[in-house]
Design a protein around this ligand. Structure first.
Ligand SMILES: C[S@@+](CC[C@H](N)C(=O)[O-])C[C@H]1O[C@@H](n2cnc3c(N)ncnc32)[C@H](O)[C@@H]1O
Length: 183
């Protein structure tokens, strides 16, 4: 249903979308698999057509505890229509740290992070960890063999990571990573 919207926006904004298809349901499920009863609020960034959003809600996050950050106005309009009880924010994820949200335990990202210039990556990652409570998790997938955050940005933000199960049924296959602050 949302594939035509995705494809049309991909043609118009290839740099900010930077993917040949929306995430598969299997990848979306993996991205939401770290959610537990004690996660607190969740912020999703780069939600696109809402594939991962649906799995975050299915994992038990109440709609009012989910904020959705997306900079593309067409995707935002679709997200607002699909998820009227979530907090949909049309904004650049670089301003995450300024959001007036409390008790955020996880940021789940569908951003094409490695195609984003390093200083912008840094702003997004710093903002995400400034926003989250201590022990907060930043979940991000990548299609490539390396971690999806540049080494300099990982170092500047003092991050460690683990990988989840690789999702082969995705175009292309993708690996979800979970980043946390070094303890
Ligand atoms: C590859 S698409 C992912 C869509 C969806 N999450 C999925 O997995 O299918 C990347 C999305 O990130 C959004 N995006 C890119 N840069 C952004 C930024 N700086 N702030 C907010 N959204 C951004 C794009 O508009 C696009 O919707």
């Amino acid at each position: 249903m949302s594939l035509p919207l995705f494809m049309w926006q991909l043609i118009r904004h290839p740099k900010t979308i930077s993917a040949i298809a929306p995430s598969s349901q299997g990848l979306a499920r993996q991205m939401a698999s770290q959610i537990t009863g004690s996660t607190g609020k969740v912020v999703e960034i780069g939600a696109g057509t809402g594939v991962i959003t649906r799995q975050i809600l299915a994992a038990g996050i109440a709609p009012e505890d989910l904020s959705i950050v997306e900079m593309n106005p067409k995707f935002c309009a679709s997200l607002k229509a699909q998820f009227p009880d979530c907090n949909v924010l049309e904004m650049d994820a670089q301003a995450l740290g300024e959001l007036p949200l409390e008790n955020v335990g996880m940021v789940i990202s569908g951003l094409p992070l490695l195609s984003i210039p390093e200083p912008v990556q840094h702003n997004i990652i710093k903002g995400a960890f400034d926003l989250m409570v201590e022990g907060g998790k930043y979940v991000q997938f990548t299609y490539g063999p390396k971690p999806p955050i540049a080494p300099e940005v990982r170092e500047a933000n003092d991050l460690q990571w683990l990988t989840l199960k690789k999702v082969w049924l995705n175009l292309p296959p993708a690996m979800p990573y979970v980043f946390t602050k070094n303890t």
